[in-house]
Design a protein around this ligand. Structure first.
Ligand SMILES: NC(=O)c1ccc[n+]([C@@H]2O[C@H](COP(=O)([O-])OP(=O)(O)OC[C@H]3O[C@@H](n4cnc5c(N)ncnc54)[C@H](OP(=O)(O)O)[C@@H]3O)[C@@H](O)[C@H]2O)c1
Ligand SMILES: [Zn+2]
Length: 381
């Protein structure tokens, strides 16, 4: 049982590191393209968490805006919106806040509350939300562990500054999505992104920069955090991707990421992403130009060992990898040989590919497939 979900942080800041100004209205730090990116990120998560001050100050809805993304969630057997979650010490939240509204498709929000305030918060908010005793003092760690127990595998933390500091200094984040707006706030008292603290990702242990994109004038940065170096982090991101697979009772859920030697994510894929028979690795490779010179030095990360035998299509993922000219493969889970002939890792090695197995992540990769690894039904690749 995981002790916490995969935790993503999303934050937008000005170039001088401010996440709001001191004015009465919420400062808009993103353009339409970046807002769409955040909406997609929300749609990929099971829960969205904000600190109580953000509810008081910004009055966010915390819903998925794009109807198409909501339809896609429903099609993959997920609720229309992620669960809305907040953490409070005082329980001082307005029942009229939009966080507590109950539009169609939204579930009752969760309020994790410090023990001394639970009774007050329940009296005020109990008809609108589930108020949960989060200890004395309340702890983010407890909240995340409880969300995992409640089936939230992927949680998005959207701020504000106090909550982000707790998550980041506690080593509780796996990804940081940071948008940098092309202007200065320049005000002394404006809330800043990273409040002072002891951050595990200090100069001796930097984060792994995985993506840089330009959305209108905003720069969107994606950093991977967590234990280990780039191989471990990219592989965990691939395992995480497997959660996006359309469900199947007869095939594994796998995630794959192709990363250039310079550290850029070139393409991602997950099982059944484009067609029902798709394997993650072939989807990722299909998205790339075969003439892309970066392929000759890139690494493919796959949550499951690439298939060396396959019932669903004639070309195996091993053959796709060899055809693409990739020199290196990193995987987590060696497919149980009872399901297919397997042998993918040996075939790759025999063809001169460097193959790295990180068995410490096998449990996480298999965990995404827990419904298949029992005695029946027997999955096919
Ligand atoms: N640019 C962005 O991406 C972005 C995103 C979100 C927010 N923001 C900005 O961030 C600012 C708000 O940030 P903030 O630092 O003031 O507040 P915050 O992090 O949103 O909320 C802090 C509050 O959360 C509760 N809390 C946090 N950790 C807790 C713990 N361990 N135990 C119990 N309660 C805990 C407390 O609530 P109580 O006070 O109720 O006890 C605390 O005062 C706003 O200006 C907002 O606009 C910006
Ligand atoms: Zn395959």
């Amino acid at each position: 049982m995981p002790t916490r979900p995969y935790v993503l942080i999303s934050c937008a800041m000005s170039v001088d590191g401010r996440i709001d100004d001191t004015g009465p209205d919420r400062l808009l730090l993103s353009g339409p393209a970046d807002l769409a990116r955040v909406d997609e990120l929300r749609a990929s998560c099971d829960a969205i968490v904000v600190g109580a001050s953000t509810i008081r100050r910004d009055d966010p809805r915390l819903l998925v805006r794009d109807p198409e993304l909501r339809v896609r969630r429903l099609a993959t057997a997920r609720p229309e919106h992620p669960l809305r979650v907040t953490l409070t010490g005082t329980g001082d939240l307005d029942p009229a806040a939009r966080f507590f509204a109950a539009p169609a498709g939204a579930r009752r929000p969760l309020v994790y509350c410090a023990r001394p305030s639970v009774a007050v918060a329940t009296a005020r908010l109990g008809t609108l939300a589930d108020v949960i005793d989060a200890g004395a003092p309340a702890s983010v760690r407890f909240m995340l562990a409880d969300l995992a127990v409640k089936g939230c595998d992927r949680v998005l933390v959207e701020g504000g500054a106090t909550l982000l500091r707790e998550v980041l200094t506690g080593g509780l984040a796996d990804e940081l999505r940071l948008a940098v707006a092309p202007f200065f706030v320049g005000e002394e008292g404006a809330p800043r992104f990273a409040l002072p603290g002891r951050y595990p990702a200090g100069p001796a242990n930097p984060m792994t920069l995985a993506e840089v994109s330009r959305l209108d004038g905003v720069v969107a940065l994606r950093y991977l955090l967590g234990p280990g170096g780039p191989d471990t982090r990219f592989l965990r991101a691939a395992i995480e991707l497997a959660r996006q697979c359309p469900p199947s009772d007869t095939a594994f859920a796998v995630g794959a990421i192709v990363v250039s030697a310079a550290g850029d994510i070139m393409a991602t894929g997950f099982s059944r992403e484009q067609q029902p028979q798709d394997h993650a690795e072939e989807v990722a490779l299909r998205k790339l130009d075969p003439a892309d010179p970066r392929l000759a030095t890139a690494t493919l990360y796959s949550s499951l060992v690439p298939c060396g035998a396959r019932a669903s299509r004639p070309v195996t993922c091993v053959q796709h990898i060899l055809a693409a000219g990739l020199p290196r493969v990193v995987f987590a889970w060696d497919e149980p040989p009872i399901f297919t002939e397997g042998g993918g890792a040996d075939q790759l090695r025999a063809a001169g590919i460097t193959v790295v197995e990180l068995p410490e992540l096998a449990g996480a990769a298999a965990g995404v497939n827990a419904h298949l690894t029992g005695p029946a039904p027997r999955p096919r690749r």
